[in-house]
Structures are given as C-alpha cells and as structure tokens.
Design a protein around this ligand. Structure first.
Ligand code: B1M
Length: 217
C-alpha cells in the first residue's frame, strides 16, 4: 500500500470510529518506518479535520466527534514509543504548565503538545481541560513553571486565554512566566492582541516556540 493510501485509510478510521483498524494501521506505519509525526498530521488529523467540517454541515453529530476523538487517542498510544525514539534523550530545558482553558473540554491537541514538549526536554505539568482561570493562577504559583501553555479550540473560550493573562497580571506574577497559546480557534494575531508571548500552530511549533521564548538555540 502506498504511503498516501495508508494516510487516507487512517483518516477513514477516524470517520468510521474504527479503533481496531486505526491501531492496526498505526502499527503498519511503524513497521514501514514512517515518521510518527507525519502519520499523525497527514493521516489521523486529516480525518479529524474532515469530521469537524462535516459536523458544521450536519453530516456528522456529537457522538461521531466523541468516537473520532477516542480513535485518535488510541492511534497515538501505538505511536507514542516511536515518537520517543524520534526525539531521543534530551537535556532538561524548562518547566511547562499546560491546560485547556475554562469552558473547553478539547484535550487531544493539548495532550499531543504535552507529549512533544516532554519528549524534547521539557518537564510538563498537564493540569487537564476545562481548567478555571483561578486554578491556573494557583498552579502557576505552586509549580513555578517557566512557561504556561493555554489551549482553546472554541471561539468562545479564547476569551479565557485573555482572562488568564489578566489574572496573572493582577496576581503580580505575569513577569515571572512566559505564556504561549494554541488551539484551532487561536492565531498569531490573537496572541498579540492578548499580550501572550507567542502562538504555536501545532505540537512541533510549540516545542520551537517554547525554546525561543526561553532563549534556547
Ligand atoms: Co469539538 N469542536 N466540540 N469536540 N471538535 C471543534 C473544535 C469544531 C471546530 C468542530 C466544528 O464545528 N467544525 C467546533 C468549534 C467551533 C468554534 O468554536 N470555532 C467544535 C464544537 C462546536 C464542539 C462542541 C460545542 C459541540 C457541541 O457540544 N455541540 C463541544 C464543545 C464542548 C466544550 O468544550 N465545552 C465539542 C466537543 C468535542 C468532543 C468532546 C466530542 C471532541 C473532543 C474530544 C477530546 O478532545 N478528548 C471534539 C472534537 C474531536 C473536535 C474536532 C473534530 C477535532 C479536535 C482535535 O482533536 N483535533 C474539532 C474540529 C477540528 O479541529 N478540525 C472540533 C486534532 C488535534 C491534534 O488538533 O486540537 O487543533 P488541535 O491541536 C493542535 C494545534 O491546535 C496545537 O497543537 C495541536 C497538535 O498539533 N495546539 C496547541 C493545541 N493546543 C495547543 C496549546 C499550545 C500550543 C499548541 O500551548 C502552548
């Protein structure tokens, strides 16, 4: 099977919510030495994007989104050891506190970012999804991270990213930590608008931006 057909079949497993085949194809891509990041981005994520579009037009429903999410998570479990190999052993670069903001339960992208950061030398404290702003501020005081990463996938919940930055300012700790944002509903422009220190479009960019804001490389 060509690489393109394999990716297309992977996307189809997301649309079908077919966990067993998704995992089988993930293993096949490893057997064929395909880079696991390419597999995620060109295979499974394509399926999630398609189901997202279909959800907007009424072709797919909420249970389809739920099952698609579970299928993606199951495929990533198979790919995880290979992602570790690609990253290799890394020196400690810094500590990142990661959360999906209040009102938003999307966790797949954030968890991928957590995985990539930790594989690349960052200690990651992943405090979950739908995390209230005061909790993020409390955890920042407690964990003293170098960076806070805030994920938002809903247009409405991007406001909570701004709320966190304002709350950090009010708590007098904004200057002690860099704030990076990400998630499908965000952008470089939004990062500038809310005075975040940067925006990352995907997990690899998150690693690059995390290094950049800490002046590494
Ligand atoms: Co939801 N959902 N969803 N959903 N969902 C979207 C986001 C949507 C675009 C679908 C659509 O309509 N086209 C739409 C949002 C529209 C908008 O506001 N603009 C939407 C909606 C409307 C909803 C509900 C409101 C549906 C409803 O209930 N009627 C509801 C919201 C619930 C809530 O949060 N309060 C809802 C629920 C869900 C599920 C729970 C069913 C499920 C999530 C399961 C889970 O996460 N465990 C789900 C899913 C799966 C999606 C789609 C299909 C896929 C999201 C995903 O996982 N993508 C999504 C459509 C889409 O994105 N195309 C959609 C794959 C993932 C790898 O990419 O998350 O973008 P992503 O993460 C990337 C980058 O963005 C970046 O790196 C990641 C890895 O490369 N990144 C960061 C992310 N966070 C970062 C943080 C950083 C840096 C980079 O910090 C430094």
């Amino acid at each position: 099977m060509s690489k393109e057909s394999l990716f297309s079949n992977m996307a189809q497993t997301i649309l079908d919510g077919d966990i067993e085949t998704a995992q089988k194809l993930a293993q096949q891509s490893l057997d064929e030495s395909i880079n696991p990041l390419e597999t995620i981005n060109k295979g499974y994520k394509t399926g999630l994007d398609e189901i997202g579009r279909g959800f907007e037009t009424g072709e797919y429903y909420l249970p389809d989104l739920v099952l698609a999410g579970k299928t993606m998570e199951a495929a990533v479990v198979v790919l995880e050891p290979a992602l570790e190999e690609v990253a290799g052993k890394q020196d400690f670069l810094g500590k990142v506190l990661l959360a999906t903001v209040a009102g938003d339960v999307h966790s797949i992208g954030k968890d991928l970012v957590a995985l990539m950061l930790s594989l690349n030398g960052f200690e990651v404290v992943n405090i979950g999804h739908n995390v209230p702003t005061p909790t993020i501020v409390e955890q920042t005081k407690l964990e003293k991270p170098d960076i806070i990463g805030l994920s938002a996938l809903l247009t409405t919940t991007t406001q909570a990213q701004r709320d966190v930055i304002v709350a950090l300012e009010e708590a007098g700790i904004r200057g002690q930590v860099k704030v990076l944002i990400g998630g499908a509903a965000t952008s470089n422009e939004w990062a500038q608008q809310i005075k975040a220190d940067g925006y990352a479009e995907d997990a690899q960019a998150a690693v690059r931006k995390a290094k950049a804001v800490l002046g590494i490389e």
